[in-house]
Design a protein around this ligand. Structure first.
Ligand SMILES: Nc1ncnc2c1ncn2[C@@H]1O[C@H](COP(=O)(O)OP(=O)(O)OP(=O)(O)O)[C@@H](O)[C@H]1O
Length: 290
């Protein structure tokens, strides 16, 4: 059973450009892409190709001018603010810059409990959940009493991931979440994303300009070029045997870190996804019989 969690069809985003005689800018031109539950779709492409715009459209932050974005079969492309807020427990985001994404004047406890208390979780349950979230991102419980400035970039990104996980979302838009980190920290944070996915079944739309990162984490890869998706498919297929000339150029120069380990990882994740689909199918059959 490969039902989509997110189904984007013929999406258009056009930015209005201020100034007399200025033409609006068509940043996305008929983009189609789907994400299944528990899957990572990597989105690559050069600077300005429209990756962030696509992520922002999914988050309700870009002017959708055509096409559709369906989440669990419900249109979410142009929701009102209140309807959009209701979706925040389902779709979350981790941004690139761990230095500006956390409010510097709040403790980590306050940052992580904010989304919980906004949903009516009482103080005691929120405190317990904060400890649980810190454990999930491998940070000690005493992290809760401290301020963001006391943490490194990698630790701040773990805190941002914990905040995204607070409401148990089904999908996280990750916009270049490791590109501000040094290489060894990148690897640890990427592994954390994978571990969390295996444990919770969350799906990622994982935006990155870094092909090695996208290869490492994605089940499927979409390649953007001038506001269009020029190639989309199985991660191994797209990265090892790209068909579009732009993708071939893009991938030609990129290094492949430890391919055996990569392959093992992908095989493990494919198996997990297959098991999960089989379990879902069984649950569906059970419901049908009830
Ligand atoms: N608010 C805006 N108003 C007008 N044009 C915009 C706006 N935001 C983005 N653009 C334009 O849309 C195009 C796509 O931008 P976007 O940020 O989505 O690309 P990207 O692939 O994420 O690039 P990068 O990797 O550099 O972040 C660019 O030409 C950009 O200048």
């Amino acid at each position: 059973m490969n039902e989509s969690l997110l189904d984007i069809r013929d999406l258009e985003v056009t930015y209005p450009i201020k100034g007399i005689g200025k033409q609006p800018f068509r940043a996305l031109k008929g983009v189609s892409l789907d994400i299944r539950p528990g899957e990572t779709v990597g989105l690559v492409g050069e600077s300005g190709s429209g990756k962030t715009t696509l992520g922002r459209a999914v988050l309700g932050l870009a002017p959708v001018t055509g096409g559709s974005i369906r989440y669990r079969e419900k249109e979410i492309g142009n929701l009102h603010r209140r309807q959009r807020r209701a979706l925040s427990s389902e779709i979350q985001v981790v941004f690139q810059d761990p230095y500006s994404s956390l409010n510097p004047s709040l403790t980590i406890e306050q940052i992580l409990s904010e989304p919980l208390t906004a949903r009516g979780v009482d103080g005691r349950a929120a405190r317990a959940r904060v400890r649980e979230l810190l454990g999930q991102v491998n940070l000690p419980a005493d992290t809760a009493d401290r301020l963001p400035r006391e943490f490194s970039g990698g630790q701040r990104q773990r805190i941002a991931i914990a905040r995204a996980l607070a409401l148990d979302p089904n999908l996280i838009v990750c916009d270049e979440p490791v590109s501000a980190l040094d290489l060894s920290t990148q690897a640890r944070v990427l592994d954390l994303f994978i571990e969390i996915q295996e444990r919770t079944g969350v799906a990622y739309l994982f935006i990155s300009h870094d092909l090695a990162v996208v290869r490492h984490i994605s089940h499927r890869v979409a390649v953007m070029y001038h506001g269009e998706i020029v190639e989309y498919g199985d991660g191994d297929q797209v990265t090892a045997r790209p068909e579009h000339p732009y993708t071939q150029r893009l991938f030609m120069a990129a290094p492949v870190p430890d391919p055996d380990r990569q392959e093992q990882r992908r095989a493990d994740r494919r198996r997990l996804l297959a098991e999960q689909s089989a379990a879902d199918e069984q649950a569906g059959a059970g419901l049908g019989a009830a």
